[in-house]
Design a protein around this ligand. Structure first.
Ligand code: CMX
Length: 439
């Protein structure tokens, strides 16, 4: 039986001629036009990145290697007694495009377990931060501190053939995927908890071991697996995925790239929205004085938020135009495991009142909830009430997609990223507001 790395190499060899042919025979073919709105408006919709790991359809939602999320959850092997699949199987799927067998996953888990141990200095980095620090900069700093471990850097310094770049990148990526949950658990235990511990259980998969280190009983292991899987990838243009790819395109190693990815994810319009949702719901709860709101009261609170110039966290999306399937998967989990949870009931009522209000307001192109609208409430239910921490969980998941992409970027020899910028004068001249050379 071939190892994951051997299988990946076969796939790389098969894929390289496709990219070569596209460049050689169709390099000048036009596939896109760019409007002024797109140049000023955050490059929405410009088809200018390539990835085969996931694709986001505005109405259907994300597909991982061609599979919808429900298919991914159904097909990937699960650990013994688990309801959700092993996260390691997803990484296998991302790298190879194939659903692994139970044996494939078991072999791969064995490999990752051997890579989980953190260097001592990572704990010292965590300890060096003041206790009231936000966990996202701590996570970013820990990943950055491990840059000295990069095998890619070592081999690059010695002189390495471009065709081999993917190989040490694969080793770096596996090391980091294995270590991210351990860093995440160590940060949680340092900042918030005396129930968790920094010992691992080497018989457990990534999600199971994460729950173990946080001191959480079942079904939190499944919550962790579900959470890491749904957050893993969302095609290439979102801030975190794009940042990871962009930094790696200069041949910075995966530690520098993923640290940057984490920093991008830490913005409230992106991954931090999950903590904003919880903060906002807690504020609504306080305003209600402990009573569950009526539909009318909730509508008023939503309008108040909008009228004060703030966004409704967890709603809207730059690409999606329907309810995010990542929201739906979490909702289904909540309906079966925690239907009477008070915060979940808030979510259900918000799901009813927010979309029509956003439609009536007429600004947001997508009035439906995204992944972040739901995730915090499930964490809260299982005792992770420190909502600053939620984006760390998002980061552990997202790193799986970003690292898979970086391995493939290196394998296919994608170049350093360098789009062209122009000035406002130039744009005004291009559309005829100003004459050529008029400033
Ligand atoms: N509440 C209020 N207004 C919203 C809104 C929301 N949830 N979503 C979009 N809008 C507003 C925008 O702020 C923008 O207003 P202006 O014209 O005044 O600038 C207008 O509607 C048009 O925006 P859009 O084209 O629909 O959305 P964008 O592609 O520019 O932005 C996103 C997408 C996600 C940043 C935005 O919907 C948002 O701010 N949502 C709330 C934060 C959030 O949930 N982020 C998490 C997204 C998922 C993730 O990446 O993790």
């Amino acid at each position: 039986m071939k190892t994951l790395k051997e299988k990946l190499y076969d796939k790389i060899e098969q894929h390289r001629p496709r990219i070569k042919r596209l460049m050689k025979e169709h390099g000048e073919t036009v596939i896109n036009e760019v409007t002024v709105q797109q140049v000023i408006g955050g490059m929405r919709g410009i088809k200018s990145l390539i990835t085969d790991i996931s694709y986001l359809d505005p109405y259907e939602g994300i597909r991982y290697r061609g599979f919808t999320l429900p298919e991914v959850f159904e097909k990937l092997p699960k650990p013994y007694g688990g309801e959700m699949p092993c996260v390691e199987g997803l990484f296998y799927l991302f790298l190879t495009g194939e659903i692994p067998t139970e044996n494939d996953v078991a072999d791969f888990i064995y490999d990752t377990i051997n890579r989980r141990q953190l260097p001592k200095y990572v704990y010292e980095v965590i300890d060096a931060f003041p206790n009231n620090s936000h966990p996202m900069p701590i996570l970013s700093a820990c990943v950055m501190a491990m840059q000295r471990e990069s095998q890619f850097n070592l081999r690059y310094r010695r002189g390495m053939n471009k065709m081999d770049f993917w190989d040490p990148t694969y080793e770096d990526a596996l090391n980091l995927v294995s270590k991210m949950p351990i860093i995440g658990a160590a940060i949680y235990n340092k900042l918030y908890s005396d129930k968790g511990q920094n010992y691992q259980d080497p018989t457990l998969d990534l999600g199971g071991n994460f729950a173990y280190m946080l001191g959480k009983d079942k079904p939190y292991d499944d919550v962790a697996r579900m959470y890491f899987i749904i957050h893993a990838d969302h095609e290439a243009g979102n801030v975190s995925a794009h940042t990871g790819h962009l930094i790696a395109s200069s041949l910075s190693d995966v530690y520098l790239s993923v640290s940057g990815m984490i920093n991008g994810l830490a913005g409230p319009l992106h991954g931090l929205a999950n903590q904003e949702v919880l903060r906002w719901i807690q504020k609504l709860r306080e305003e209600m004085g402990g009573n569950f709101p009526t539909e009318e009261q909730l509508k008023k609170s939503v309008w108040d938020t909008l009228n004060s110039g703030q966004v409704i966290p967890g709603y809207g999306h730059a690409v999606l135009r329907k309810t995010d399937p990542r929201y739906t998967i979490q909702r289904e989990f909540a309906l079966s495991h925690m239907p009477d949870d008070e915060l979940f009931k808030y979510l259900e009522l918000l799901y009813k009142v927010v979309p029509p209000i956003l439609q009536e307001q007429g600004k947001a192109k997508n009035p439906w909830p995204n992944v972040d609208a739901h995730s915090g409430v499930i964490q809260w239910h299982y005792g992770i009430t420190e909502y600053d921490y939620y984006t760390v969980l998002f980061s552990i998941g997202r790193a799986i997609g970003v690292l898979s992409n970086i391995i493939w970027d290196r394998a296919l020899g994608y170049p350093i990223e360098r789009p062209k910028s122009i000035t406002t004068d130039m744009l005004e001249q291009m559309v005829g507001i100003k004459k050529k050379n008029e400033v």
